[in-house]
Design a protein. Structure first.
Lengths: 587, 115
């Protein structure tokens, strides 16, 4: 079975190559069916491997087996979390391809299948990053995933905003990737190894009583790369700019799984490389991740609340949620890992569905602006219902998968951090509910325009011209995604299954059970009630929840200027170093 | 231990970052990003360096007759160069489109996405 692992990368790449080679002569339908079959086949393969991932599989690609414990071969690892992320990425790719069926009606230069081919490369790169067992290949797939994502973000090259967002995305993420590579080079210099488990053992063997400056530097550099991808504050600035302008099916993948892959990378790299006695002490990782995670959740939630551009609003909600994921992973407990894993799966379904609904608005009205669309979308009943259901899922209303994951993570973090979970999910869900009430029901007065903001008016639809009605694919796909997010929490035993496979790969085999508790259900209901209350206040008493003066500087930080974002990245590196420093000084 | 190459790598990386942060021209910014990447080449090659060693090519020397530098980091650098070429090409193409759509390549003049 383990020989099939490299196919998760090879099949989508070959499919993309086929489409590029034959694209000029293919009728469009054929190109899309090919993409669908390849993506679906890879998803089925990932699922098959996932069901057989106990015990974890290891494959040396091309039969370059280690000789005498030394190897320069490429290692891929197929354990529960790796194959779980690959399956999630593949299934979402299938959903995004189904959503974009006959979507971009004019592919560039008469070359059909360009978009589909790029999506397949994206899928292959995400699968490759998930299953990479050595750090350098993780970097290569990280870069491949990033480069395809830049191209997909700027896919509509005639759009002024799209190319600007893609360029910012490209510069910031590439800089993060180079930091990651420098960290990998330092680790190789110390241990002479590239396979993650062997680097971990090498660090422990060469440690003389604890980590030193080189280990700290490599830790900070590697984490910088991964946190840029995960959009943690202050590395997050690229995300809203890219997500607001990317085509909707691409947003579904970026928000649903690519950003989460950054958090997954942090979990994987810390667990296998830095967790030993020669690595970074657990207390330092917890301090770094919980601080940055809580800050990310707060920033994402506040900025989400003040957006009028619907896709940008959803993008900030992703920022807030990745903050919660980082907090859950940062406490380094089996319960935190399990809760976060379930949360990520549920969030992927809900967020992709919400983006899909936002895309329906864009293609029907040529606008994703909450103010301009005020009361205009009354006839889109199905989309309205899905927006409302999605926002409840975002708030964590039981029995959504998001609610189960959030409840388990909340119980694991305990204390004041529970408040962060409840508040961040309630505020982001409240913002989505508010726009649902305004756009689909026309409730409340039309809000005032602010001085410093991105409006969502005058957007080009992604189909050829405005749609007179929403095609079935654009309502079916979000409905299926929402149903899946609901099933993650509602199907008995699914959460426990996820928890079991996560614990088998990490946390030293300690198993925590994932199930509903009265406490968790109450907190889920509480954040839903809070979200509804916030939305009701915003619609009926807009002045009470209008932007206070202290939020204005926070908005000004999001300047859209690539130089500012790079400066913030350097600040982030310094902060990360300072947060991880005490363990090195103490050893 | 030679510290100098490591200092050079750090210096090159930070110089590139400074250029990116203060850039007034997006083409210049993409160039600065390439400078940052050059720091990774310097670092990788410095890691594999050995005193008195030659290139790890065995067409004209007998294996084991004299020390060679680490070929792994050279392979990594080569991969890195390929990655860098792709990124630079794509970003320059995007800059071209920014110039066409916005009529400027000054990042200070791009005011579409903010808040």
């Amino acid at each position: 079975m383990h020989h099939l692992l490299p196919l998760l990368v090879a099949v989508p790449l070959l499919g993309a190559a086929l489409l590029v080679a034959t694209g000029r002569r293919l009728p469009r339908v054929f190109a899309e069916i090919t993409g669908f079959v390849v993506a679906g086949g890879t998803a089925a393969l990932a699922l098959l491997l996932l069901l057989n991932s106990t015990p974890p599989m290891v494959e040396w690609v091309g039969g370059w087996l280690p000789v005498g414990g030394e190897s320069v071969g490429i290692l891929v690892v197929g354990d529960g979390p790796a194959l779980g992320m690959a399956t999630l990425a593949s299934l979402l790719t299938v959903a995004a391809l189904a959503y974009s069926w006959r979507y971009f009606d004019q592919p560039p230069t008469g070359h059909t299948g360009t978009f589909t081919a790029l999506m397949l490369v994206f899928q292959g790169a995400m699968c490759g990053f998930a299953i990479a067992g050595d750090l350098f290949n993780a970097f290569v797939f990280f870069e491949l995933m990033s480069v395809v994502a830049y191209a997909l973000t700027g896919y509509r090259i005639d759009e002024a905003k799209a190319v600007q967002g893609a360029l910012t995305f490209g510069v910031v993420n590439s800089l993060g990737a180079y930091a990651l590579l420098m960290g990998i080079a330092l680790l190789y210099a110390r241990t002479g190894e590239l396979a993650m488990t062997k680097i971990g053992r090498g660090l422990d063997a060469t440690a003389h009583g604890g980590p030193d400056a080189l280990v700290l530097a490599s830790f900070v550099l590697v984490l910088t790369g991964l946190l840029v991808k995960a959009a943690a504050v202050p590395f997050h600035f690229w995300l809203p700019d890219a997500h607001a302008v990317a085509p909707t099916p691409v947003c579904m993948l970026l928000s649903g799984v690519m950003v989460e892959l950054g958090a997954y990378g942090v979990w994987r790299v810390y667990g296998t490389v830095f967790a030993g006695p020669g690595g970074i002490p657990a207390a330092d990782l917890t301090r770094a991740l919980v601080t940055l995670g809580a800050l990310t959740a707060a920033t994402g939630a506040v900025m989400c609340w003040y957006q009028r551009h619907i896709k940008r609003l959803l993008a900030y909600s992703t920022v807030a949620h990745t903050g919660l994921f980082l907090v859950g992973l940062g406490i380094l407990s089996p319960e935190g890992d399990d809760g976060t894993a379930v949360y990520i799966i549920g969030h992927a379904g809900v967020k992709a569905a919400l983006f899909a609904c936002a895309g329906a608005l864009l293609d029907r009205f040529g606008s994703v602006d909450e103010h301009a669309l005020h009361g205009r979308a009354r006839q889109l009943r199905a989309t309205a219902v899905m927006f409302a259901v999605g926002s409840l899922g975002l708030a964590g209303l039981p029995p959504f998968g998001t609610a189960l994951g959030k409840a388990v993570a909340e119980e694991a973090v305990g204390g004041p951090l529970t408040v962060v979970y409840v508040a961040a999910s309630a505020i982001t869900a409240g913002a989505v509910l508010r726009l649902t009430a305004r756009v689909f029901l026309g409730l409340g007065p039309r809000p005032q325009d602010a001085e410093y903001e991105t409006s969502g008016s005058d957007e080009e639809p992604e189909t050829s011209g405005l749609l007179s009605r929403i095609p079935d694919t654009m309502t079916t796909v979000p409905a299926v995604l929402l149903a899946a997010a609901l099933a993650v929490g509602a199907v008995p035993g699914f959460g426990d299954l996820v928890g079991r496979s996560v614990n088998e790969a990490g946390s030293g085999g300690a198993h925590a059970s994932v199930h509903w508790t009265a406490h968790g259900v109450l907190l889920g209901v509480a954040s839903t009630v809070l979200a509804v209350a916030l939305a009701a206040l915003a619609v009926t008493r807009p002045r009470w929840v209008a932007a206070p003066a202290w939020a204005a500087p926070l908005r000004r930080l999001q300047s859209g200027h690539v130089g500012d974002y790079v400066a913030w990245l350097l600040v982030g590196v310094t902060v990360l170093g300072a947060l991880a420093l005490p363990g090195v000084l103490g050893s | 231990m030679h510290v100098l190459p490591y200092l050079v790598a750090a210096y090159v990386f930070l110089t590139g970052c400074y250029g990116l942060a203060t850039s007034r021209n997006l083409i210049h910014a993409v160039g600065c990003l390439a400078v940052c990447q050059s720091a990774t080449y310097v670092l990788l090659l410095a890691v594999g360096y050995r005193d008195g060693a030659t290139a790890p090519v065995f067409s004209d020397i007998r294996p084991g007759s004299r020390p060679v530098v680490d070929p792994v980091v050279q392979a990594l650098t080569l991969t890195d160069v390929v990655v860098g070429a792709t990124v630079t090409a794509l970003l320059l193409a995007l800059v071209l489109q920014v110039a066409k759509r916005h009529g400027t390549v000054d990042p200070d003049a791009l005011r579409e996405l903010r808040g």
